[in-house]
Design a protein around this ligand. Structure first.
Ligand SMILES: *Cc1c(COP(=O)(O)O)cnc(C)c1O
Length: 389
């Protein structure tokens, strides 16, 4: 993945321009919304496809004080790139790089006894305590420790390890199932359960630095969920967690990624001409066809066949026929933009281009998936790396 402060190079086949100025402004908007709480910049999966290292740097410059990743490997890569400060990772399997994480000052999440056993062994080997955060399943039904006997055992044993100097319990935390559906009854139920599980741990003697449960939708719509820290991913990238909640602009956010490609061919075709594999599109009359040189290998969903929107020469066009591995076609309706013209698949939307949300709607998915799936063959071009004057 390239990282450069240069303006996008027209010669690139395709590029995902990443506006770090927009990312910094989004972090500031989220901080203002969660006053009293710290902000964790969630940069898992290469910062949702935006480039983990430059995005992490930009988020910290704008006042985020924690970084968060899913895997230990992602967290260790950030450390290797020189990012210091608090960093939590939460998705572990047995035999994971616990010792490396302890030595790299990474906070690790524990959802069960097996993980506590592995991290205490690593702390012994490293000769220093591990920073651990206990994750409660307050109702998501995914990762996290079940309330009741499981939580009692995990809290009790973690406190024992803390007394032995093997761990420091730095956080108690959980994750929402339906925060993007305001009023969903599971939200209040999860908050109640979270308060109970935190209270239980604190009564037993846990002194966490941070208690946290809020993701982007909760940060934007549920102030009572902010506690000490909010974990924001998608909102930081300027994408709304769900169109029902509002547009990015409604929350003072601006999309960070603009995906575009250079037209590789513009040609005349007669009516009745089949287009792309399977001939699922047939030109309705004499027309011009434009070749957009990105495909499903670049993360363009094949489900966008016949539906995905693209801005070419000031007009919205639609993917004509199937998205292939490396390319797709748009019907230009007789227009003849020069080859090399920018085809903008999505961006902030204020220059007439579609948004990631438009692609999500066209493909029957969520905008999280649209930005995160853009492949490594598409160079990321980071712009506005530094604050303007
Ligand atoms: C991905 C993730 C987040 C961020 O979610 P957004 O909705 O993108 O803000 C927060 N917490 C956990 C545990 C996650 O896995």
């Amino acid at each position: 993945m390239t990282e450069t402060a240069a303006e996008p190079t027209a010669a690139l086949r395709a590029r995902a321009e990443i506006d770090l100025g927009a990312l910094r402004a989004n972090v500031r908007a989220l901080r203002a919304r969660a006053k009293g709480a710290a902000v964790m910049a969630v940069v898992k999966s290469d910062a949702y496809g935006h480039g983990a290292v430059p995005c992490a740097r930009a988020a910290l410059a704008a006042g985020a004080t924690w970084l968060g990743t899913a895997t230990a490997e992602e967290a260790l890569a950030l450390r290797a790139a020189g990012l210091s400060g608090r960093l939590l990772c939460w998705l572990w399997v047995p035999g994971g790089p616990w010792r490396e994480a302890v030595e790299a000052d990474i906070d690790v999440s524990l959802s069960g006894m097996w993980a506590l056993r592995e991290v205490t062994a690593a702390a012994r080997a490293a000769g220093r305590p591990a920073r651990v955060q206990l994750k409660a399943d307050t109702g998501l039904g995914r990762n996290g420790c079940q309330p009741g006997a499981d939580w009692a055992e995990l809290v009790g044993e973690a406190l024992r390890a803390e007394a032995e100097g093997l761990v420091r319990i730095t956080g108690l935390w959980s994750h929402f199932a339906c925060a993007d559906e305001p009023g969903h009854p599971s939200i209040a139920a999860q908050l109640t359960r979270f308060r109970e599980m935190v209270a239980y741990a604190e009564e037993r003697g846990v002194r966490p630095e941070v208690r946290h449960i809020a993701n982007s939708p909760a940060t934007l719509t549920l102030p009572e969920s902010h506690f000490d820290l909010v974990r924001t991913g998608i909102a930081m990238y300027g994408v709304s967690p769900s169109p029902e909640l509002g547009t990015p602009a409604d929350f003072g956010l601006r999309p960070v990624m603009t995906l575009s490609a250079s037209l590789a061919l513009v040609k005349h075709a007669p009516g009745g001409h089949g287009v792309s594999y399977g001939h699922h599109y047939v030109t309705p009359g004499e027309t011009t066809l434009g070749l957009v040189p990105v495909g499903y290998a670049d993360g363009i969903p094949r489900h966008a066949s016949g539906t995905g929107p693209v801005l070419v020469g000031g007009k919205w066009r639609t993917v004509a026929g199937r998205v292939a591995m490396d390319q797709f076609v748009v019907d230009l309706g007789g227009d003849e933009p020069p080859v090399g013209t920018d085809a903008v698949l999505f961006g902030p939307g204020d220059r007439g281009e579609p948004t990631a949300e438009d692609w999500a709607q066209a493909c029957g998915t969520i905008a999280y998936e649209i930005v995160t799936r853009i492949g490594t063959r598409v160079p990321r071009v980071h712009v506005n790396e530094r604050e303007a004057g």
